[in-house]
Write a protein that binds this ligand. Structure first.
Ligand SMILES: Cc1cc2nc3c(=O)[nH]c(=O)nc-3n(C[C@H](O)[C@H](O)[C@H](O)COP(=O)(O)OP(=O)(O)OC[C@H]3O[C@@H](n4cnc5c(N)ncnc54)[C@H](O)[C@@H]3O)c2cc1C
Ligand code: FES
Length: 281
């Protein structure tokens, strides 16, 4: 069992939990993820390692409530335990010969981009972090990000934080102003990552994206997480989740991401009915 040592609610749908997992904390690197199972009847779901503390032996994940299991996970608090917490999984991010990098986070993707920015910043790289949210009430981990980069730009679609625009408009503005990036790291919704890749392609700026297809075993056995990269089938759990964005077939990934929508909605509905039933009993 894995004890939750800290929980923070970051906005109405996003929470952070720090979990006592010393063996994972010892080996974890930015870009890697864990797979957890809340209880015996629960499904296995992946989360990026947002942070780790090797001395304390803890691993932090930041999650958004989007369905049955994330709703269930959010009912847990500090002191509660998670049944399975497996990792670190996936290939760690590897950065070489970079002096200036733009790290882009879209919504919850900010939490997944944060460890990459932190790692680059700790290597002495100049990091421009551009995070985008629908409105100012959804902004998360702004203070953590400030510590993990050289320049932080927090954008909102509706301009409610005073910075109106998409992450792509800010990136384009910076590129057009003459900033020379050796690398762009873009993490967020598939459509956002695709838009960033379309923007950087003509400038020939290498762009890394983090793919998040449905994962089941997380060890390359089931094939559930396959993505097409450079015309080849790759498994995001063992070959990724980071890939060269200019080679990713985003249209296929977007289609595949919609495959289970009906089943997921049904499962959440049944979970909510059961929870309400228990509260009324
Ligand atoms: C490598 C990786 C890292 C991720 N990191 C984070 C993170 O740090 N924070 C976070 O909030 N979310 C993260 N996700 C997505 C997270 O796993 C899903 O939000 C979660 O599984 C939803 O489960 P659910 O039962 O609450 O929702 P459901 O209603 O079951 O599904 C809602 C949506 O979540 C996704 N999803 C569902 N099951 C899985 C699965 N087994 N594997 C992958 N995606 C699934 C699908 O896009 C689906 O449409 C990551 C996904 C991957 C693949
Ligand atoms: S999750 Fe099964 S092969 Fe990747």
């Amino acid at each position: 069992m894995y004890k939750i040592v800290r929980k923070e609610v970051l906005n109405p749908s996003v929470s952070l939990i720090e979990v006592d997992a010393p063996y994972i904390a010892k080996k974890a690197e930015p870009g890697q993820f864990i797979i957890l199972r809340v209880n015996e009847t629960g499904e296995r779901i992946p989360f990026t390692i947002a942070d780790y503390d090797r001395e304390k032996g803890t691993v932090t994940i930041i999650f958004q409530k989007v369905g049955k299991t994330t709703e269930l996970l959010d009912t847990l608090n500090a002191g509660d335990e998670i049944l399975d917490f497996v990792g670190p999984l996936g290939v760690a991010s590897h950065f070489e010969n970079v002096k200036r990098v733009a790290v882009i986070g879209g919504g919850l993707g900010t939490a997944i981009a944060y460890p990459q920015a932190k790692k680059l910043h700790s290597m002495g790289v100049e990091v421009d972090m551009i995070n985008g949210f629908r409105n100012k009430d959804l902004v998360i981990i702004e203070d953590m990000c400030k510590q993990a980069c050289t320049n932080l730009y927090t954008m909102t679609d509706d301009g409610s934080n005073g910075n109106k625009g998409f992450v792509t408009s800010k990136l384009e503005e910076l590129i057009k102003s003459g900033v020379k990036y050796d690398l762009v790291v873009a993490i967020g919704p598939l459509v956002m990552m695709k838009a960033v890749c379309e923007l950087t392609r003509p400038y020939e700026i290498k762009t890394i994206v983090s793919m998040n297809p449905v994962m089941i075993d997380g060890t390359g056995m089931c094939g559930g997480c396959r993505v097409t990269v450079g015309g080849e089938t790759k498994f995001a759990c063992v070959d990724g989740p980071d890939f060269d964005g200019h080679l990713v077939d985003f249209d296929q990934a977007i289609l595949r991401s919609k495959m289970f929508k009906e089943k997921e909605a049904d499962s959440l509905k049944q979970h909510k009915c059961r929870m309400e039933g228990m509260q009324n009993a």
